[in-house]
Write a protein that binds this ligand. Structure first.
Ligand code: NAP
Length: 269
């Protein structure tokens, strides 16, 4: 559990991008049954209906944090309100636990978006708000403008990409860091260093990769379409990497290590 602005976010969540239909609902339900208490979706993933179905089927709704995100094209106040109400209708849940701006949109002033986010919170549609894909500069602006505390910044984060600056900025604002693509879209598997370290703990490379993040207090939201991997990606708390291993893994960062294309966003620097 990571405590941020009085709000607790479980340190391991399930990512759901690209999960669809029955499989998405089944995986969500199964993940909650084996202990996940944090599910990540987005309006853009077109699976909020199935995520909500899985959460309700688990019978554990009150214990689960559900995150959804507003698309960059819906950040003007009127659109944002419509988007939130639509998300809630699809999820068929009482409230959105954590609402994020999915990507910044330079055509909509942040002050307008945060005004609408605050209104949604004050009116009880969402419990907490945060951001995703925000740079150091945008974090400064966001924290200056937002009337409501920002719980987190969800960013691409794994050993192949150095995110030290934006992580330090989040810590400065006491925002949680949520790592997306935390196993580098499956790229951890087969990496020699991660595999070697894994062997010494009887763990897989993916588990070592996720452990490296959680050991830094970073929340992870790995995605899998396979039920058997849900347990693997959750079994991160019965081993501890040494300081030397933590440093060696950090050394895997390289230029061009980013997976998700952000270049369309002119506000990113
Ligand atoms: N805010 C944003 O802009 C943003 C952007 C991207 C992603 N996200 C969120 O972050 C979540 C996670 O990121 P992601 O989906 O990009 O990538 P990821 O979780 O790093 O990787 C998912 C891939 O890894 C494979 N995998 C899962 N567990 C594995 C294991 N134990 N061993 C080997 N391979 C494994 C999966 O294949 P199988 O299905 O075959 O297991 C899948 O192909 C997304 O689902 C989404 O919720 C947010």
């Amino acid at each position: 559990m990571i405590e941020t602005k009085g709000f607790n976010i479980p340190i391991v969540g399930l990512g759901t991008w690209a999960l669809r239909g029955r499989n998405c609902a089944r995986l969500t339900e199964q993940a909650i049954r084996i202990g996940y208490r944090h599910i990540d979706t987005a309006q853009m993933y077109d699976n909020e209906r199935e995520v909500g179905e899985g959460v309700r089927a688990s019978g554990l709704r009150p214990e689960v944090i559900v995150t959804t995100k507003v698309q960059p094209t819906m950040l003007a106040p009127h659109d944002l309100e419509r988007s939130v109400k639509e998300s809630l209708a699809k999820l068929r849940l009482d409230v959105i636990d954590l609402l994020l701006i999915h990507w910044p949109n330079p055509r909509v002033p942040l002050s307008e978006t945060f005004g609408a986010m605050a209104k949604m919170k004050q009116e009880g549609y969402v419990r907490q708000i945060g951001v995703s894909n925000f740079t150091v500069a945008l974090l400064a602006e966001a924290n200056r403008i937002s009337a409501e505390p920002l719980a987190c910044n969800q960013i691409e984060c794994h050993p192949f990409l150095n995110q030290d600056k934006v992580i330090a900025a989040c810590r400065g604002y006491k925002m949680a860091v949520v790592a997306y693509s935390p196993i580098a879209r499956g790229g951890a598997k087969g990496n020699e260093l991660l595999e070697t370290i894994g062997r010494s703990y009887k763990k897989t490379a993916a588990q070592v990769c996720l452990r490296w993040l959680v050991q830094q207090g970073i929340i992870v939201i790995p995605r899998t379409s396979k039920v058997e991997r849900l347990a693997e990606n959750f079994a991160l708390f019965d081993f501890e990497l040494t300081d030397g291993e933590m440093r060696d893994i950090a050394g895997l960062a390289r230029r061009g290590g980013r997976i998700v294309d952000w270049t369309w966003s002119p506000r990113w620097d």
